[in-house]
Design a protein around this ligand. Sequence first.
Ligand code: SPQ
Length: 427
Amino acid sequence: MELVINKTNLNGMIDIPSDKSISHRSIMFGAIAQGKTTIKNFLRGDDCLSTLKAFKDLGVKIEDDGETITVHGTGFSGLKKAKEAIDVGNSGTTIRLIMGILAGTDFSTELFGDHSIAKRPMNRVMLPINQMGAECSGHDGTEFPPLKVTGTTTLNPIQYDMPVASAQVKSAILFAALQAHGESVIVEKERTRDHTEDMIRQFGGEITVSGKEIRIAGPQILTGQEVIVPGDISSAAFFLTAGLIIPNSQITLNNVGLNPTRTGIIDVIVQMGGNLAIQETGSASNKAGTLTVEKSHLKGIEISGEIIPRLIDELPIIALLATQAEGTTIIRDAEELKVKETNRIDAVATELNKMGANIEPTDDGLIIHGKTPLHGANVTSYGDHRIGMMLQIAALLVKEGTVELEKAEAISVSYPRFFDDLNKLYR
Ligand code: SPQ
């Protein structure tokens, strides 16, 4: 598809789409709780719809009237064996978190996904879940999907030092630990997004978090709740960046979730010298806000260490931001980018360099030399929504020529109305 180029004066207000991580979890918690859960502002992107369909396949009644989703929870023990293998599409969150839920069932489930899912590592979840007593294995003795998960109703608790900083692995273990008999202790490598912990409490469960250590005793019974999903800061990141780099722009983003485990991009923007105003609108336990950015003079910085999990999904668009900053930006400790929907280190460097950027890929990140003008090119998203949206924001800087994006359809994974929202800013 031909992308929009050569824009100045991006101005206006956008209601940011709902949070993908929380939308997935709202269906999962609704299913494993007893009684009714209602979900408002559910993200109807491809990934979350894969989760919704997966739980219908497991026998959970889920209704959608277009506004509210109602999940008639069965409790863990009410899940039913799926008639066929469950298709998770492109969604790493669906396949990894559901493994933790299936670990405590008394049946086997087969899970598969698209070409990208078939290459994503699963040992990180299989090893702890198997240690707890489940039997999970990948295709042909590998760790890769299609997977088979055979659960057990006698799961053991686990003491687990996590070898990777991953909210998906942590969440899968927590779902299994909720069904185990005894106390599990999980120690994170770095603190990662804590929506699962928040929702365990919201659904009436008990969990103790002290720094990187999490204690949870099972078995627990959760109770259905009302969930209102806030806007996704990972989707907001694309328009935050557009406002900061496109001349004469001012963009306001409404209802952005500001959970502190997700706000690394705000710290980065401030450190780079970006003009960003935040008006808080949420409550202390459910932070949200209205964010306004303006075109700014930016400088290169170093991004590494504990901040990485707080902005892991924003690194492709932060790399673009850095191409428009004076000086060098160094991103380190981000080797996890290699095992996302695509290898995001290589994809960012290859595609932005085709457009005139000066980016060196490294083993655990990127070195970005700014500031570089960008020009037209034929680029690809590699089927990765975040790479596709980043390339469209980059194209806005291109003065002449064209930018052709291959595999643009991937964007509907997390932001189905991305192009409509962009269009609103320059009409
Ligand atoms: O679901 P998926 O495909 O893994 O989605 C991504 C994304 O960019 O949307 C990663 F590719 O987000 C992950 C994120 O990187 C969502 C997530 C979650 O909801 O728990 C956690 C992060 O992954 P991880 O592997 O660091 O736990």
